[in-house]
Design a protein around this ligand. Structure first.
Ligand SMILES: [Fe+2]
Length: 427
């Protein structure tokens, strides 16, 4: 029997924000399933600890929900990632899935993403008057033939998956603030009727130009209106919220240099999440025409050639970027010694802009979304006459609407000091 010391206040700040404000299903009892992988307890990729799982369970139980925990043993293999049948059945049997699995992201596993939107389709209870009252919200992405009831299972992708991570400033930042950063950061991209010229540079040598355009729907590729709120778009709730919707572009030209990427793909490419010699991508008319650099560049090129056989020529397209929208998405090695996981968190920081290396959707026989990324950390981005980024600073963080929100959350982490405004003492 382990000694129970209770949930620290710092973690409860995070947990109660998730339960009451992000998920916000407190009006009636719901069936909640927490999904975790056994390997994550033993330095596997699906990092998790038992305290975190127990605390999440306690948080939802404290609001009157039924909580079950599903521990799966599901090693995933490259190009053969599975949506396990036992998880599929759990999604159909619950109203809310809390997914701690790093290897089973809904972004990439298209079967998972699609199934969650229709897992309660034709469910007599959901279609009844009482069911509609208990499940009043039905987002845009659920099937078009069930528009007047909620046909899906809400699913949280839980990023703080250890006790230590739940107590970080990243986790404790108010969700309302992060949602608002995501929302107002879309404003420079909302001139939807005509392409808007952009210029993006980075001190690492990157210089790219092109035009931002409408968030047009592309087959097999997740996306949503730039200014949409998560709950109106789909049943997917990343916690904490992590990225702005992808920005579609056209006529992109220039050079991209990068030395880090989203680690889900770097791991399958066979490279570390960070590396020394930058990968250099040359772009001509929204297409990658050269990939040079060191070992990582050669491995990336070989992987893209392999992907071409699976998803076709669009793997060479270069026409989409977006960016993190969390003002405090960075943790120390003490808080998270796991390199892959720490890089995943950093990917969602406001300073992290990423280009999609390839712009292909999944296809029959390969129902996975390729989301290989090239990440910049210090970019300057001008869209039309608006400065969106200034040397890694997402400029909308200075917006007074954010300061207004923080008045409601005294003592909680908010917008940090702009590092570009700090001066050095010189003697
Ligand atoms: Fe992306």
């Amino acid at each position: 029997m382990t000694i129970q010391v209770g949930i620290p206040e710092a973690a409860w700040v995070f947990l109660s924000d998730m339960v009451d404000n992000v998920v916000a299903m407190n009006d009636s009892c719901k069936e909640v399933v927490i999904l975790a992988h056994k390997d994550g307890l033993y330095n596997g990729q699906n990092l998790v600890d038992e305290e975190a799982v127990a605390w999440v369970s306690t948080a939802f139980a404290s609001r009157g929900h039924h909580v079950s925990i599903l521990w799966v043993d599901e090693p995933q293999r490259v190009h053969e990632w599975r949506y396990p049948p036992v998880v599929r059945k759990a999604v159909e049997g619950c109203d809310l899935l809390i997914n701690t699995s790093w290897q089973m992201p809904v972004e990439e596993i298209a079967d998972f993403r699609q199934h969650a939107e229709e897992s309660h389709k034709n469910d007599p209870y959901r279609m009844s008057a009482e069911g509609r009252k208990h499940f009043p919200h039905h987002p845009d992405r659920q099937p078009k033939d069930c528009t007047d009831y909620d046909s899906g299972t809400w699913f949280v992708r839980l990023f703080p998956v250890t006790a230590a991570l739940m107590m970080t400033e990243w986790a404790q930042t108010p969700s309302e603030l992060v949602y608002m950063v995501r929302h107002i950061s879309s404003e420079p991209f909302m001139a939807l009727n005509e392409p808007t010229l952009f210029t993006m540079t980075d001190p690492n040598g990157t210089i790219l130009t092109g035009y931002t355009i409408n968030p047009t729907k592309r087959e097999g590729i997740p996306g949503m209106p730039y200014d949409s709120w998560r709950k109106d778009s789909s049943h997917y709730l990343p916690v904490p919220e992590w990225v702005h919707p992808p920005i579609n572009c056209t006529h992109v030209n220039g050079e991209l240099y990068f030395d880090c990427m989203l680690p889900w793909w770097s791991m399958y490419i066979g490279i570390e999440p960070y590396w020394e010699e930058p990968i250099h991508v040359t772009v001509e008319d929204s297409r990658m025409v050269a990939i040079t650099g060191g070992l990582e560049a050669r491995k990336l090129y070989a992987f893209l050639k392999e992907m071409e056989t699976k998803v076709g020529d669009k793997i060479w397209l270069f026409d989409t970027f977006h960016f993190g929208i969390h003002p405090n998405a960075h943790v120390t090695r003490y808080e998270c010694p796991h390199d892959i996981y720490r890089r995943t968190i950093e990917h969602s920081d406001c300073c992290n802009v990423h280009w999609h290396i390839g712009s292909a959707g999944g296809r029959p026989g390969y129902n996975f979304y390729p989301h290989i990324t090239g990440d910049l950390r210090h970019c300057t981005l001008k869209v039309g006459d608006k400065m969106v980024y200034d040397n890694g600073w997402l400029c909308c963080q200075d917006d007074p609407r954010l300061a207004e929100i923080m008045k409601k959350y005294p003592g909680r982490p908010g917008i940090p000091v702009n590092p570009n405004t700090l001066t050095e003492m010189k003697r």
